[in-house]
Design a protein around this ligand. Structure first.
Ligand code: PLP
Length: 373
């Protein structure tokens, strides 16, 4: 039994994107190409963490990253054996999972440093970790201008071994933002502070997808693409890396309804037919992760043509205006993906409702079955 609304996940496209990224950084920096941390947090951006991670691992990804210990446990349960870096803060986490699931923590606060050191001592282990430096995003990380005071204690921790140092950019996808360059310079300075304090990390890394595309000076030893792996380029950037979209979200028309001039459709009656109108009813709604704001703004593809979403996005269905088109129940509806010669990608859908493509794919609901091929 499978619902008409499904997300097809093209694992061949995913692994091709991974290889394209590897080829791109190798071509640009053949002497010392950076490695790739494949970011599979948030259920692999809605694509399904286990299957995505295993496919990437088979393609050669040696290092994956997730948001928290619980996501790491899901990856291990799916059989992932590659190293897994946990990005998130650990100060309120149950740290046993780090050891049970062989995860590599990020230490981003002095409090977490103490907690992880104490846990590693309890397990009688020397645990490798990545240190996160805050260079101006002001979210997680040790302040870059304060390392001489905050780092010596961490570097002296008996049961902890510094394996990586990283930072995260706030504005890599904002082309004219000066903060990107400031963060780059602060990170360089922080790396030399770490070295002067005796830290000898194996890896330095900083680049999310946008930074990877934008500036090879911030590639360091590893790059950390998320969105690019899924075949989506961070707006407003353009890309020369050949990428293929990985997720296709489709449904089927379940009913076709004729509406007379002056009648409305949907909650609130916000769409009024200005002419005799034909509506296709599609069994996908906000409970499937579709944004309410698509009503009146977004489109779906039916019979190769763009049909505006009208009225309201309901919990379990939406209405599309198919006036003048020959549409029958059972016809395929493309919500994200290609049909005929046209395509609606996550970037377009995000732009139509004023959000970002990361959110569009992450929000594809748990009710929607992912079908892998
Ligand atoms: C999510 C995340 C990434 C990947 O970001 P994209 O923009 O999807 O490439 C990289 N690094 C960190 C720390 C992240 O949290």
């Amino acid at each position: 039994m499978i619902r008409p609304t499904t997300a097809r996940i093209d694992l061949a496209a995913l692994t091709s994107n991974y290889r394209s990224i590897v080829e791109f950084v190798t071509r640009e920096r053949p002497d010392a190409p950076p490695g790739v941390i494949a970011v599979v947090k948030a259920n692999a951006y809605g694509h399904g963490a286990g299957q995505v991670a295993l496919a990437l691992e088979q393609t050669g990804a040696a290092l994956l990253a997730c948001a928290d210990i619980e996501e790491g446990a899901v990856l291990r349960a799916a059989g992932v054996r590659a190293e897994i870096l946990v990005f998130g803060a650990l100060s309120v986490s149950d740290l046993d999972g780090l050891f049970d699931c062989q995860l590599t923590p990020t230490i981003s606060t002095p409090g977490a440093a103490q907690a992880v050191q104490a846990a590693a001592a309890r397990y009688k282990r020397r645990l490798r970790y990545h240190l996160k430096i805050d260079t101006g995003m002001n979210r997680l990380g040790f302040r870059a201008d304060n390392l001489r005071r905050t780092l010596p204690g961490l570097l002296a921790s008996e049961n902890l071994q510094l394996d990586g140092v990283y930072t995260h950019f706030a504005t890599a996808d904002v082309p004219d933002s000066p903060l990107f360059e400031q963060q780059r310079v602060r990170f360089e300075r922080a790396l030399s502070d770490v070295a002067q304090l005796g830290g000898r990390p194996t890896y330095r890394h900083a680049s999310n997808s946008a930074a990877l595309l934008r500036d090879s000076r911030v590639w360091f030893d590893l790059v950390r693409p998320g969105l690019l792996l899924y075949g989506i380029v961070p707006p407003p950037l353009a890309s020369t890396v050949p990428l293929q979209p990985v997720m296709t979200l489709t449904s089927r028309v379940v009913a076709v309804k004729g509406v007379r001039t002056g009648e409305v459709t949907g909650y609130g009656g916000r769409f009024t037919a200005e002419r005799p109108t034909t509506l296709a009813i599609v069994p996908a709604g906000y409970a499937d992760g579709l944004d309410l704001r698509l009503a009146g703004r977004g489109v779906v593809l039916i019979r190769g043509r763009r049909a505006p979403i009208v009225g309201s996005v309901c919990m379990d269905m939406l209405m599309a205006d198919v006036t003048g088109m020959d549409v029958s129940p059972g016809d395929e509806v493309v919500i994200i993906g290609a049909q005929g010669g046209d395509r609606i990608d996550a970037r377009e859908m995000a732009a139509s409702v004023g959000t970002i493509p990361w959110e569009v794919v992450c929000r594809v609901g748990s009710r929607i079955e992912r079908v892998y091929r």
